[in-house]
Design a protein around this ligand. Structure first.
Ligand SMILES: [Zn+2]
Length: 485
């Protein structure tokens, strides 16, 4: 219906949440080129961007899984300084917020960061360790300006500063999972867990076992998981992503580590029993259809099982994984793709967001706040449905068009107040928004049913609300319309 967008200018996106994104894999082309130019100017070694970037898509090429890993390492070498790390996290979260993301759990990999930056001079190490320089980088490794390779605490603190600023600027919430690189040995992973525990940063809420699951199955890492859990860290594991592993191994992993959440789990689709087991145990799946197609872990000519999982009652979430790479999608694109291919309503899409919020490694207070934001949006969906379906007589409709924008403005400003406060105590504000939504719906309905003018309807509404406001809120306009008859 014309005018609807005008009435609700700040509800243009379904609220979204993601639980699975490798922060280094989010570095987009524009930001990468800025880093490239700065590093070149400062005499730092830089990767060959022509080799890495697909000229058409402006994303990093993914020619095979092997190439994906190779290019990933080369591309990530662009992220060097504290400023680079800060911008990487901040820019990603702000782009997410623009797509309507209200919560993101980002995977950082300090081990990867450190491993790949040994070819650069640091302020602590004025001489370059020649032995650690890649052949291809040797010719370029003549730093004019030294920079510091961050310690883990500094690295995480930089990420957290970016998270806080992004929250300040957009309202988005984010937390961090530290990656455990399974191609390193068990002791190296234990060291990573200890590093996280020692840093005691409240924004690092868990660990995520990443990398080649076929050659490094989860059972190898029992000691690591015990250490993480004893230290109070939540755990999730990339499992059932690679088609060479059996669906049954997903359940074995879930059992072994009592997992509530798994990365991908796509191969579960090959077994009805495994699907049922995952559903019965309430395990949440961090699905990334774009990623699975891009890496060819799921055949391009087969429908991705994300919809089957959802239809069979599994807890599905939508995630970008590594959105800077060819074929991978942003969170917004994952939502849009699923919604348009299945014809899902906006309200239905909120299911995936709620699944993510409920499975996030965060406390109940933050979950309540995020779910409340989803509730406000669902109320909005109901209103729009109502307005769109109402067979409003033309007089009332004209009146509605003339007056509803002001009601919409109130709704909008209250919601903005809520976002600005961003505290749990402001849940009352969300309730207020919902009441405003109910009021709007009531007015529309009254205009329609009674053919009143807008002001007459407001009078009825105010009189009615003096005594029955709270009851009305819970029962919405259907009941209210009956009561004013
Ligand atoms: Zn991943």
């Amino acid at each position: 219906m014309p005018g609807t967008d005008r009435i609700f200018p700040d509800f243009k996106h379904v609220p979204k949440a993601e639980l699975h994104v490798h922060i280094e894999g989010t570095l987009n082309y524009d930001d990468a080129m800025k880093m490239y130019a700065t590093h070149l100017e400062n005499g730092h070694s830089v990767p060959d961007m022509e080799e890495l970037i697909n000229d058409e898509t402006k994303k990093v090429k993914v020619e095979s899984f092997g190439k994906f890993l190779e290019y990933y390492d080369k591309y990530c070498k662009l992220i060097k300084t504290e400023e680079d790390v800060y911008n990487l996290v901040y820019d990603y979260l702000m782009r997410c917020a623009d797509e309507g993301v209200i919560y993101a759990e980002i995977i950082t990999s300090y081990d990867h960061y450190k491993e790949l930056r040994t070819d650069y001079s640091t302020v602590e190490l004025p001489s370059i360790d020649e032995a650690s320089i890649d052949e291809e980088d040797k010719s370029e490794a003549k730093p004019k300006l030294h920079y510091k390779i961050l310690s883990y605490s500094e690295y995480i603190q930089t990420c957290v500063s970016a998270i806080k600023q992004a929250r300040e600027d957009s309202g988005i919430e984010a937390r961090i999972l530290e990656a455990l690189l399974r191609h390193n040995d068990v002791e190296a992973c234990c060291k990573t867990v200890n590093m996280v525990l020692e840093a005691k940063n409240p924004y690092v809420v868990g660990v995520n076992l990443v990398g080649d699951e076929y050659n490094n199955p989860p059972e190898k890492f029992e000691k690591v998981f015990q250490l993480a859990k004893r230290g109070g860290l939540s755990v999730t594991v990339h499992v059932g992503e690679d088609p060479r592993v059996t669906p049954e191994s997903i359940i074995a992993t879930v059992d072994m580590y009592d997992l509530k959440r798994i990365g991908h789990g796509t191969q579960a689709a090959r077994s009805e029993e495994v699907i049922q087991e995952l559903r019965d145990r309430g395990v949440t799946l961090e699905c990334s259809p774009g990623s699975n197609y891009a890496t060819e872990f799921w055949p391009r000519d087969e429908e991705h099982p994300v919809t089957i999982f959802d239809e069979k009652g599994l807890l599905v979430t939508l995630n970008s994984d590594d959105p800077a790479f060819d074929g991978f999608r942003t969170v917004g694109e994952e939502y849009d793709h699923l919604q348009s291919s299945k014809g899902y309503t906006n309200k239905k899409m909120c299911t995936f967001t709620r699944n993510a919020v409920n499975a996030a490694f965060i406390g109940e207070a933050l979950k309540d706040k995020l779910n409340a934001q989803v509730s406000v949006y669902e109320t909005y969906c109901d209103l729009v449905d109502y307005i769109q379906s109402a067979d409003t007589p033309s007089i009332a409709r004209d009146s509605m068009h003339a007056t509803l924008p002001s009601v919409g403005e109130t709704f909008k400003s209250k919601f903005e107040d809520y976002l600005a406060q961003r505290t749990v105590s402001s849940l009352k504000e969300v309730e207020a928004c919902t009441r405003e939504g109910s009021k709007l719906r009531f007015l529309v309905e009254t205009l329609h049913e009674k053919q009143m003018t807008y002001n007459e309807a407001v009078d009825v509404y105010d009189e009615f609300y003096q005594e029955r406001f709270c009851d009305y809120v819970s029962d919405h306009a259907d009941r209210a319309a009956g009561l004013v008859t």
